[in-house]
Design a protein around this ligand. Sequence first.
Ligand code: 5RP
Length: 226
Amino acid sequence: MNMKQLAAEAAVDYVKDGMKVGLGTGSTAYFAINKLGERVKEGLQITAVATSVASEEQARELGIPLVPFAQVDRLDLTIDGADELDGSLRLIKGGGGALLREKIVAMGSDRMIVVADESKAVRTLGKFPLPVEIVPFAWEWTLKDILKLGCEAELRREGSELYKTDNGNYIADCRFGAIEDPAAVAAALQALPGVVEHGLFIGIANMAIVGKSDGTIDIITAKEKA
Ligand SMILES: O=C(CO)[C@H](O)[C@H](O)COP(=O)(O)O
C-alpha cells in the first residue's frame, strides 16, 4: 500500500458513529475520503463538511452525507494532509490551494489528524514554499509587502493564467528558507491587509499519522486543544 494511503486509512480508524467530520484536500486526504466512503457503505453513520470543491465532489460521489455549515456548530474530527510537518506538529499547508477552507474547518474541529507520507516530516519548516492566500485587489502591493518580510515570492500560475482558489483569491508561494520562528512569520503575514490567510498551521493539529516506506506508520501527538 502506498505511504499516503497507509496514513490516511489509519486515520479513518479514529472516525466513529455519530461523528461530524471535516474532509481535507489533496492526494492523501483523497485516500481518507475514499476509505470513509467505504465505511459509510458498510453502515458508518457520520456527517461531513468538505474543505474544497474537489473533496466535496468526491464525498458526494461516494455517498458521504454532507451538511451545510449552518447546520453544524463544531466538528469532532478533521483529517487532512500537509505539505510539511515538524516534530511540534506545526504545518505548512496549501500546496493544493485549499488552505483557507482547511484552516477554517480544522479550527472548527475538536481534533485534527494530519496524514502524510514520510517525505513531509521535517526538522525545520520552509523547504516547501509557504502558500499565502491574498485578495486579487491590489495584489501587486500585497506581494511587495510580503517580499519585504525577507522571502522570495511569486503568484501561483495555472498554465498561462494566475491560479485562483475556490474563494476567488490568488496564492503567493513564498520561499523563506528555513523558518526558525514560524509564529513570527505567521504574525507578520497576518498583519498585512491583503493577506487572507497563510499556510502555517500552528497549534491546530493534535496528531499526525505518517506512512513510511517500510509499511509502518509513525504517530506524533500534541497536547489536546485548549
Ligand atoms: O494543504 C493541502 C491542500 O491545500 C494539502 O493537504 C497538501 O498540499 C498536501 O497534499 P498531498 O496530500 O496531495 O501531498
